[in-house]
Design a protein around this ligand. Structure first.
Ligand SMILES: [Zn+2]
Ligand SMILES: [Zn+2]
Length: 211
């Protein structure tokens, strides 16, 4: 990982994990950034000294300063995903991992042009808001009653899970049926997807919109 990008990648990752799971921990950060636990621990101490994060036992959250730093990074990341899908024809399920470098290299002064030329998208390909308006009325798959829903967004963009969803054509704004058994199951005409409990919190559903 490029040293210059470290801080941006850490706050972005903690932001994403907090959005999906309320808090982040060192394990998840180490896995998402693909760096060792020792490196993560050391780096988090640095971020804590800079007052960008707060640690409470194993729980890690962004401070207001950390959050303020994360917002533009997240915005660039999500716009870059739109670019990857629209202009580079990167398959949907790989768009999250495909943009890890471009998102850091766009100069701010050209960023508005980048957004405009992509047609002013409001959401990333996984349904997450580019402008972080954070007002969402979606419901966790875990908490949805059995029935039909529209997929609203996939908050935790895990490539393995996205690949399974793509295989079944389960994208944002497609319709799925929720069934609760030992685990939460999403189904459509293409088949069934059993959600590990952690993922059932991060796949968010909305009501089927009237035509
Ligand atoms: Zn992403
Ligand atoms: Zn995305």
């Amino acid at each position: 990982m490029n040293f210059k990008n470290n801080e941006e990648d850490y706050v972005k990752t903690i932001f994403s994990l907090s959005e999906a799971f309320e808090v982040a921990n060192e394990n998840q950060i180490s896995r998402d950034l693909n760096v060792s636990m020792a490196t993560v621990s050391e780096y988090l101490n640095k971020l804590e000294r800079k007052k960008l994060i707060r640690k409470d036992g194993r729980d890690i959250t962004l401070t207001r300063e950390g959050y303020t730093m994360a917002i533009p990074v997240i915005k660039k990341h999500r716009i870059s995903e739109v670019f990857a899908v629209k202009m580079l024809e990167v398959p949907w399920e790989y768009s999250h991992s495909a943009v890890m470098d471009i998102e850091h290299t766009i100069e701010d002064k050209y960023f508005d042009n980048f957004i405009r030329n992509l047609g002013n998208p409001l959401k990333c390909p996984h349904g997450n808001s580019i402008y972080n308006t954070s007002k969402t009325d979606d419901i966790k798959a875990l908490l949805a009653d059995n029935g039909k829903y529209r997929i609203s967004r996939i908050v935790y963009e895990d490539t393995e899970m996205l690949k399974k969803m793509a295989d079944l054509g389960m994208y944002p704004d497609t319709i799925v049926e929720v069934m609760h058994g030992d685990v939460v199951i999403l189904s459509n005409n293409n088949g069934e997807l059993k959600l590990p409990s952690i993922m059932s919190r991060t796949i968010r559903l909305g009501n089927i919109l009237p035509a």
